[in-house]
Write a protein that binds this ligand. Structure first.
Ligand code: ADP
Ligand code: MG
Length: 292
């Protein structure tokens, strides 16, 4: 298969370190390389503290990379400022884990969804804006009338739909979903994942879909990247990661995930990783990389 166009997002040798005083430095992300083609989802999986959010935040320019290169649509955006950065803030959006905390409880849903359009000077208050907001809510499986209510009138899954509608307002091309379904019941998780998949098909969106749970990414991701202590352990097509994981850490993540079929559950041995979780202040050396 030949590649005819460059990926939407290219991350090359990304390093993000945080000085934490007394000369100590947290090595949150250490030399991470991946790309995301237009219209595809990369699932980013790893346990808490492995550097997933930091990777997402660096892409969104919420964290300054210590080194490495970020390219968007072929352009080097690593040091984007001013007008270029403002344009990027439209092209890339984020959805967070907690739809209770990420929506302003004192704002009506309509104002929450309209806010990015107003902030970027793309719309004025009025009928046209209300129609636009109504369409966004409907695209996300809510009724347009939701705009007149406050977030506390909605369930967790509905609030995440509101957060997605807000993220879509600026017609982004890349959405970073950081544990976006982790706080939801399993049945609601599936609904939100289906919504994200539908939106991807309709709008050609790319996702960086972050989760600590490998099983959650299976139905949405085209490729999966496993991170551990700031490094990439494994990166490959979703079927390969699930059917033929190469890295012992991926096997451990897979063995910890519940499976629906009890026959498989019986055949499977639970792998428990022993030893200390490595400190990212003094990261382990010689981690094996399996990139394909
Ligand atoms: P994950 O999202 O995989 O749980 P994070 O990217 O949030 O992991 O964090 C990776 C590591 O970087 C953790 O050890 C975390 O404590 C540390 N870290 C994240 N943000 C900061 C920060 N602003 N200052 C210092 N350390 C941070
Ligand atoms: Mg995180």
């Amino acid at each position: 298969m030949s590649e005819t166009k460059s990926p939407l997002l290219q991350v090359e040798d990304l390093v993000v370190r945080f000085p934490v005083g007394h000369g100590r430095v947290v090595h949150a992300v250490e030399g991470v390389t991946f790309d995301i083609p237009a219209g595809e989802t990369l699932g980013l999986v790893g346990e808490s503290g492995s550097g997933k959010s930091t990777t997402g935040f660096a892409i969104l320019h919420r964290h300054q990379p210590t080194s490495g290169t970020l390219r968007f649509d072929g352009r080097d955006i690593t040091h984007a400022t001013g007008k270029e950065l403002r344009a990027l803030r439209r092209d890339m959006q984020i959805i967070f884990q907690d739809p209770y905390a990420s929506l302003n409880a004192r704002m009506k849903v309509g104002d929450i969804v309209a806010e990015p359009l107003i902030v970027h000077g793309l719309a004025k208050q009025g009928k046209e804006l209300r129609e636009r907001v109504g369409t966004l809510l409907e695209q996300c499986g809510l009724r347009a009338a939701a705009m007149t209510r406050y977030p506390n009138a909605f369930s967790g899954g509905e609030r995440q739909r509101i957060a997605i509608a807000r993220a879509l307002a600026l017609h982004p091309r890349l959405i970073v979903a950081d544990e976006a379904v982790s706080a939801l019941d399993v049945s609601i998780q599936a609904q939100i994942i289906n919504l994200l998949a539908d939106l991807q098909r309709e709008q050609g969106l790319s996702y960086l879909f972050i989760s600590h749970n490998l099983a959650v990414v299976r139905n949405l991701a085209h490729r999966v990247m496993i991170m551990y202590a700031g490094k990439v352990m494994e990166l490959g097509p979703v079927e390969e990661i699930f059917e033929r994981p190469r890295n012992p850490y991926t096997l451990a993540l897979l063995s910890a995930a519940p499976v629906a079929d009890p026959k498989i559950e019986r055949r499977r041995e639970r792998i428990v990783l022993r030893g200390e979780v490595p400190s990212v202040i003094a990261p382990p050396t010689g981690c094996r990389f399996n990139t394909r």
